[in-house]
Ligand binder design. Structure first.
Ligand code: GLN
Length: 426
């Protein structure tokens, strides 16, 4: 199909009579599908066929969904543009010549182009919300522990969740309902508290009367003028429908990008150690004379792309003796500070709002030479992962350069509240 949204196109017909009967779903290629290759956008897993389904895939099948293929992504989820895939970049169906966002760019593009009704992405630091924003669709990053990660190939496991992408808030909520719920195979999953509203699709009723929306000033500071104007219009619309907005301050988010990248790269360096050409992944070429160090190095040299190598090296460095306290421990302290800041904000507001991305979709190729610039574009999404909170990105409008998303953040297990607020805009 067009846009290079899929790495593998294969139909697994749904035959169960459930909530997703008759619906097609595209699955990000870091989510295991029994008998169907799962590459993570990487050369090292080009031929890897998992022997089992991820829990979310089992749940899709039980709900009667038809799976239409595995979607293209930044290699191992590391990126914001879906240009680091070993299978080539994805095009943005909603903004010609521009990136679809990442790392779940294939999933967002498949939905935006109508190649699938719904899609699954994974969000470690924004990878569902960013492509949703850039492609003009809806994406939800659930509360940490709401959705099972069993069968998701780990990038940074303390930060990531699988989440739904869909054309509307209601459809994303319907898909979330199918995915959510604890799983004996993932000990980090939890049931929402007994008083939490879990009828997510029904929550998409657009009723924001009496809702208090906090706007963190720090998350507006770096935003483009065009993005800001669209954001202000969306807030005005929510006010017109009965919500109140108020400025709040989250001073800790200044440290969020730095803390996120130290933690994400550290976890990645450990999680990706298994791709050594023996346990998992493609072998290196040439003779190694039985020297394991050389053999592992060769496997990783041919199997990984540049961004993955950069992150494994930096993560290993941050965890190494002598630097652990200076980087990793400091990042964990910053993470605790971010959590605290959000907790106190939610004492006085129901949800928080910001632009999902401070910029419209980048032109293709623009960010490849400047990784730091790319990391900084995650400023508004990574704090939410550090704090384990739920967030939704809904289309808010369009600049000349492409779609703009509005992000709504809720307290832990407050999915229904952000779904309700987001549905007021669609
Ligand atoms: N852009 C962020 C990163 O590269 C987020 C990726 C993600 O959520 N998987 O780490």
């Amino acid at each position: 199909m067009s846009h290079n949204a899929f790495i593998t196109e294969e139909r697994i017909e749904g035959d169960a009579d459930g909530a997703l009967a008759g619906r097609t779903v595209a699955v990000k290629d870091n989510i295991s599908t029994a008998g169907l290759r799962t590459t993570c956008g990487s050369t090292t897993l080009e031929e890897y066929v998992p022997p089992y389904d991820a829990t979310v895939v089992e749940r899709l099948k039980a709900a009667g969904a038809t799976i239409v293929g595995k979607t293209n992504m930044d290699e191992f989820g590391m990126g914001t543009t879906t240009e680091t895939s070993a299978f080539g970049p994805v095009e943005n169906p909603a903004a010609e010549g521009r990136v679809p966002g990442g790392s779940s760019g294939g999933s967002a593009a498949a939905v935006a182009a109508g190649e699938a009704d719904l899609a699954l992405g994974s969000d470690t630091g924004g990878s569902v919300r960013c492509p949703a924003a850039f492609c003009g669709v809806v994406g939800i990053k659930p509360t940490y522990g709401l959705v099972s990660r069993y069968g998701l190939v780990a990038y940074a496991n303390s930060l990531e969740q699988i989440g739904p992408l869909a054309p509307t808030v209601e459809e994303a909520a319907e898909l979330l309902e199918v995915l959510a719920g604890s799983d004996p195979n993932d000990a980090t999953t939890r049931e929402p508290p007994a008083d939490a509203e879990t009828d997510y699709a029904a929550a998409a009723d657009g009723d924001v009367s009496g809702l208090t929306i906090g706007v963190p000033t720090e998350l507006l500071e770096g935003a483009d003028d065009g993005v800001r104007a669209i954001f202000e219009d969306a807030l005005a619309e929510l006010e017109m429908k009965g919500a109140t907005t108020t400025a709040v301050s989250l001073p800790s988010v200044e440290a969020a990008v730095q803390a996120y990248y130290v933690i994400a790269m550290s976890e990645a360096s450990s999680n990706l150690a298994r791709f050594d050409g023996v346990r998992y992944g493609r072998s290196g070429e040439g003779e190694d004379d039985g020297n394991w160090n050389e053999s592992f190095a060769a496997a990783r040299d041919v199997g990984f792309g540049e961004e993955v190598k950069r992150r494994v090296l930096l993560g290993t460095y941050a965890l190494s003796a002598g630097y652990h306290d200076k980087y990793y421990k400091k990042a964990q302290d910053a993470r605790a500070w971010v959590k605290q800041d959000f907790d106190s904000a939610f004492e006085s507001v129901d949800v928080l709002a910001s632009p999902t991305m401070p910029v419209p979709p980048f032109e293709r190729g623009e960010s490849l030479d400047d990784p730091l610039q790319m990391y900084l574009a995650d400023a508004n999404t990574v704090p939410i992962n550090l704090a384990n909170l739920p967030a939704i990105s809904v289309p808010a409008g369009e600049t000349d350069e492409g779609p703009v998303g509005l992000q709504l953040v809720g307290p832990a297990f407050g999915e229904a509240t952000i779904i309700r607020a987001g549905s007021a805009l669609s």
